[in-house]
Design a protein around this ligand. Structure first.
Ligand SMILES: Nc1ncnc2c1ncn2[C@@H]1O[C@H](COP(=O)(O)OP(=O)(O)OP(=O)(O)O)[C@@H](O)[C@H]1O
Length: 347
């Protein structure tokens, strides 16, 4: 996908240009990593203890929505311990053999990062149990009645698994991680730090007010913060002006990112709940069909943000719009008296 096709507020990484841009901005140490104070402290302790005992650190599971820093933390785990890093992902491991090839070629102490670990093949998952616990796998040789299993010792390694859907991992796999970190959305002060750091690295002169304006619109997600900053930089460059708050507002209006950070898909979801289903409740699949998007995207990307900023709630019968949502979209629920619009500050 080209840079121009990237949806600006989609927290999932998409374009090649962005990959290079992110690589340049990635923090390299826990100290440089902004926010997630608790997780940072926990990881620091785990890594320091392993270093003192001269052993490989425990396996680590990183859970949380896309773009919050899971890949960055995996790289930091390797970097801080001076260990090599091997990167793979669940969708790339479709057979136990794919995993056996990776595991058998690890060098002692290597960090193996498996992104989207919940999408790995079931047969590979089972192989991973033994590998994580005993640094050993059983390889099946031959077929049918003559098949035998040959044990293969592995070099000790640290598995860092990342998932946006921790609930989808089978318990035996989840239990084999020595530590699970739940990454949280970032608050605005933290996002301002992420943005200020990125602006410095990009050599972009931007004032505090402009940074705060971007921080308020990036859905608690550093990846989106960096992406919006890039568009603001382009805007200032093309218009020959400063990257000030006016440039931020103009650039983000151009890209259809509203003051709450809602994009076109968020708005489509909200308007569907509000106008087609009278505010809900609406089931996830019905909602997905109505807006023409995959249920998984709505559940993993759109919904957590809308819940977080208080525009919808999840009930056993489906998604329901909150009074704040009616106000934000300037709508009135049938049969309910009230003003049609209230300022966004009221949310
Ligand atoms: N705590 C942080 N401090 C500074 N920058 C950060 C932080 N977390 C993430 N970033 C920035 O956001 C970008 C995205 O982070 P990263 O790729 O680690 O997210 P992710 O959770 O692995 O996403 P995905 O699950 O989609 O791969 C990084 O390139 C980095 O520049």
């Amino acid at each position: 996908m080209s840079d121009a096709e990237v949806d600006l507020t989609d927290p999932v990484l998409a374009s090649e240009a962005e990959l290079a841009f992110e690589g340049a901005l990635r923090p390299r140490s826990l100290e440089e990593f902004v926010g997630q104070t608790r997780v940072r402290g926990q990881l620091q302790l785990l890594l320091s203890a392993a270093a003192l005992q001269q052993r490989t650190p425990d396996h680590i599971l990183l859970a949380g929505p896309p773009g919050l820093g899971k890949t960055t933390l995996a790289m930091i785990v390797a970097h801080e311990g001076g260990r090599p890093l091997r990167m793979s992902s669940g969708p790339a491991i479709q057979h136990a053999g794919d995993l056996a090839a990776i595991l058998s070629s690890l060098v002692p102490g290597e960090v193996l990062f498996i992104d989207e670990i919940h999408r790995m093949a079931r047969s590979a998952e089972e192989m991973l149990y033994l590998a994580m616990e005993d640094f050993r796998i059983d390889i099946m040789v031959g077929k049918g009645a003559g098949a035998t299993s040959v044990p293969l010792d592995l070099a000790p390694f640290t598995l860092v698994g990342a998932t946006t859907r921790a609930g989808l991992l089978p318990n035996p796999l989840r239990d084999r991680f020595g530590f699970t970190a739940h990454l949280e959305f970032y608050d605005e002060a933290e996002l301002e730090q992420v943005l200020a750091r990125a602006a410095t690295m990009l050599g972009l002169a931007i004032d505090g007010e402009a940074i705060a304006e971007i921080a308020g619109r990036c859905r608690g997600t550093p990846r989106i913060a960096n992406r919006l900053l890039r568009r603001v930089r382009d805007y200032a460059l093309v218009h020959g002006g400063r990257a000030d708050v006016d440039a931020v507002r103009a650039a983000l209006e151009l890209y259809d990112v509203d003051p709450l950070g809602l994009d076109r898909l968020d708005r489509a979801v909200m308007m569907t709940i509000l106008t087609r289903f009278g505010g809900g409740p609406v089931g996830l699949n019905t909602l997905a069909v109505s807006v023409g998007e995959e249920a998984e995207t709505i559940e993993a990307v759109v919904e957590p943000f809308l819940v977080r900023i208080g525009l919808i709630t999840r009930t056993p019968r489906g998604r329901v719009a909150t009074p704040a949502a009616w106000r934000h979209f300037g709508l009135v629920r049938e049969g309910v008296e009230g003003p049609t619009t209230l300022p966004i500050d009221d949310l």
